[in-house]
Design a protein around this ligand. Structure first.
Ligand code: KG4
Ligand code: ZN
Length: 344
């Protein structure tokens, strides 16, 4: 540990800030894996009235909640941490809504200057990969990561910390987007993924078999055709129950995700599989991925459910590795709405 003149030794604790979409989140993570505190203030109720995220409302809500959330996260940490002892402040740089990102990035820069601690920007997609590192299990490389969120669906070969090859991604809708759009069409509410997950447990899988787009081709995905097929079928069969339609849609979607993950692991010859992103909370996907790995004798890493969707603990964990391996980011680093996945 470095001795500093800042009122105590620097601790290996990173403050993470996440404001890329509709969750304001702050967390303190020690050594890259141990959560001191993790708080998420959801704006779901605010945006539910509009059936989706309203960017301007999201930015304002982030700004209102962030100062109190940071104080609260510091107060709740089990270690007595003075902000000046932090290893660094890590913040999501992108991708996401530009106004929402700017709130977090600007705030993190101000804290870094005021507390005289380093500043680190983190890619939100990369941060999702770090959720499993917070589950308490030691993780080893290489591994295949299935990243499934509201905006992205990717298969990644993670060879080491911060070292990735992108193996495949969606040509159109992300898996979470398909869940949300099908749920919206069925009038189930927003966000649709958790609702479809819940009602599908009572659904009849014998109702209809929906297409499994590109299931036998390569490692890319396409969910737009599946979404359209479900919506058309529901329009033509108005008497069908929502839970049956939801269950058949979820089955098709999970089937594609699991088969492609299996193909990626076999192609690369990797025997570790990791799940990441909001759709990673889906109970059927977790079960099927677990079964796939058991059948093949592979290790499976499933992030804690609460850390699948957007949170700041994953940002802090990723920030820890970025700071240790790459160093601090320049204070003029911008927020980047369309930031891509940092693969080689
Ligand atoms: O990773 P995330 O919180 O935000 C993005 O970075 O996009 O993912 C949000 C997505 C939404 O589409 C939501 O419907 C989906 O994750 N989701 C789920 C479940 N929980 C969240 N999808 C299926 N089943 C779930 N249990
Ligand atoms: Zn996310």
């Amino acid at each position: 540990m470095n001795q500093t003149n800042k009122g105590g030794p620097t601790l290996p604790v990173v403050l993470g800030i996440e404001t890329s979409c509709d969750e304001t989140a702050v967390a303190l993570v020690r050594d890259g894996y141990s959560i001191e505190s993790s708080l998420v203030s959801s704006q779901v109720d605010l945006h539910a009235l509009f059936g989706g995220v309203v960017p301007e409302l999201a930015s304002r809500a982030h700004l209102e909640i962030l100062p109190a959330l940071i104080d609260d996260a510091l107060d709740r940490a089990s270690l007595n941490i003075s902000p000046r002892q932090l290893q660094c402040v890590a913040v999501t740089q992108g991708p996401g809504l530009i106004g929402a990102l700017l709130v977090g990035v600007s705030y993190a820069k101000a804290l870094s200057l005021a507390w005289e601690v380093p500043f680190v920007v983190v890619n939100h997609l990369e941060a999702h990969l770090y959720a499993s590192f917070l589950a308490g299990e030691p993780m080893e490389f290489p591994m295949i990561v299935l990243l499934v969120s509201g905006g992205h669906t990717m298969l990644i070969h993670m060879k080491d910390h911060l070292n990735y090859t992108l193996l495949g991604q969606t040509h159109d809708d992300a898996a979470g987007e398909a869940f949300d759009k099908v749920a919206r069409f069925l009038g189930l509410g927003y966000p649709g993924g958790p609702i479809i997950d819940r009602i599908s447990t009572e659904g009849n899988l014998g109702l209809v078999t929906f297409p499994r787009p590109m299931i036998n081709e390569g490692l890319d995905f396409s969910f737009s055709g599946l979404k359209t097929a479900v919506i058309r079928w529901a329009q033509n069969n108005p008497e069908a129950s929502e839970k049956d339609i939801a269950a058949c849609f979820q089955e098709a979607c999970v089937d594609v995700l699991v088969r492609k993950t299996e193909r990626a692991a076999k192609m690369i010859g990797v025997d570790r599989v990791c799940l990441a992103g909001g759709v990673g909370a889906n109970s059927l996907l977790r079960k099927r991925l677990g079964e796939l790995c058991q059948e093949n004798g592979w290790e499976v890493f499933l992030p804690p459910i609460a850390l699948c969707t957007d949170n700041a603990a994953m940002v802090a964990a990723c920030g820890h590795w970025k700071f240790n391996r790459v160093g601090p980011s320049p204070l003029d680093s911008p927020a980047v709405a369309s930031l891509g996945f940092p693969a080689s």
